[in-house]
Design a protein around this ligand. Structure first.
Ligand SMILES: Nc1ncnc2c1ncn2[C@@H]1O[C@H](COP(=O)(O)OP(=O)(O)OP(=O)(O)O)[C@@H](O)[C@H]1O
Length: 330
């Protein structure tokens, strides 16, 4: 699939400190791409470079297949709508009047205002002064401004920031419908994986300015680690028996006493035939199997392990991101 936005080795260094470091993004056309990272990870800086609002220290940006430069920047950005950081507005003007200013700047016909207001469901409040708007309404007005004239590409920087649960749900629903309704590609940043999980097909995870993952949401889900924990009448003997009997597969299934729950041991397998084999082995050796519990790592843990610098393990503290990085680039 062609990329709506791609970046190559995009880098921004502030006073010798990299805010964004060699970021390669590939955002497929017609998709919602969730750009995830903790506070200060480099999301806004990357989006500003894509919009040409700040100069990259090095690297390049292509939008809809065209490499962007100083000369063609404004022309390319006609196809791009954006909401970066807090939306700016004139409090003493109505929602309609605010959008009228933006559409003039974008040289668009007046008809685009009604459509944008309708899309974000602000039409009933179109004549209200913006200074009387709630935060959620202001955020929707900012989104409407970004949507004016149906740009082919939309960049939204944490659009649900500060909204209540109902407002979050509305914006999320809106974003999800944009590719189908208007053929748009949406790059949306967030620091919440659960939020991105509900609206994006692709995900980029950035931490300390570097990409830790770039791929489909499905492939991120596939990374989730699964295992079973088994409670028996004698977990120590159970582990010894399995380590002997299954010695050739021991490393693969990683049989070990559960460090969190006494009486349990864990193995990294979910296959029915292996579980059946394990329980048979133990019962024939006089150890009763009391419980078999299935576990799946949730996405939030994967995100945390990718964005944390180090992870506590049984064997001490080990760097994690290096392993994850091998899976990064599509
Ligand atoms: N103009 C600037 N001068 C110096 N450092 C900056 C500047 N802008 C951003 N930074 C630094 O670059 C890093 C990335 O910031 P950025 O705003 O891109 O992160 P972010 O992922 O968008 O975070 P947040 O979720 O908090 O908005 C931070 O360490 C920030 O302090």
């Amino acid at each position: 699939m062609d990329s709506a936005i791609s970046t190559r080795e995009l880098t921004k260094i502030y006073k010798g400190v990299p805010a964004v470091s060699q970021v390669n993004l590939n955002i497929p056309q017609g998709s919602v791409y969730g750009f995830l990272g903790p506070n200060g990870a480099g999301k806004t800086t990357t989006m500003k470079m894509i919009l040409g609002l700040i100069h990259p220290t090095s690297g390049s940006v292509s939008v809809l297949g065209t490499p962007m430069n100083q000369k063609n920047r404004l022309e390319i950005l006609r196809s791009v709508g954006s909401l970066i950081e807090q939306p700016s507005y004139y409090g003493n003007l109505t929602a309609y009047e605010n959008l009228d200013i933006v559409r003039h700047l974008k040289n668009l016909p007046e008809s685009v205002i009604a459509e944008a207001l309708h899309t974000v469901q602000l039409d009933p409040q179109s004549k209200k002064l913006v200074k009387h708007f709630s935060l959620g309404m202001k955020q929707r007005l900012g989104t409407a401004a970004a949507l004016l004239g149906r740009p082919r590409v939309l960049l939204l920087d944490e659009p649900t920031n500060g909204l209540d649960p109902a407002g979050i749900q509305e914006i999320r629903e809106l974003i999800r419908t944009l590719p189908h309704a208007f053929g748009m590609t949406v790059l949306v940043s967030s620091h919440l994986l659960s939020e991105i999980d509900q609206m994006a097909q692709y995900v980029g995870i950035i931490s300390h300015g570097s990409m830790k993952f770039d791929g489909s949401l499905e492939s991120l889900h596939r990374k989730a680690h699964s295992w079973v924990s088994i409670r028996t009448t004698d977990s120590e003997s159970a582990v010894n028996i399995l380590k002997t009997e299954m010695s050739d597969r021991d490393n693969f299934y990683n049989v070990q006493a559960d460090s969190h729950e006494e009486g349990y041991f864990t193995l990294n397998v979910l296959d029915d035939d292996v579980i059946a084999h394990v329980t048979r082995l133990l019962i024939t050796q006089g150890i009763d199997v009391l419980r078999v519990e299935e576990h799946h790592e949730d996405l939030e843990s994967i995100f945390l392990s990718m964005t944390e610098d180090v992870k506590e393990t049984d064997g001490g503290v080990e760097p994690l991101s290096k392993n994850m990085r091998e899976d990064v680039v599509r």
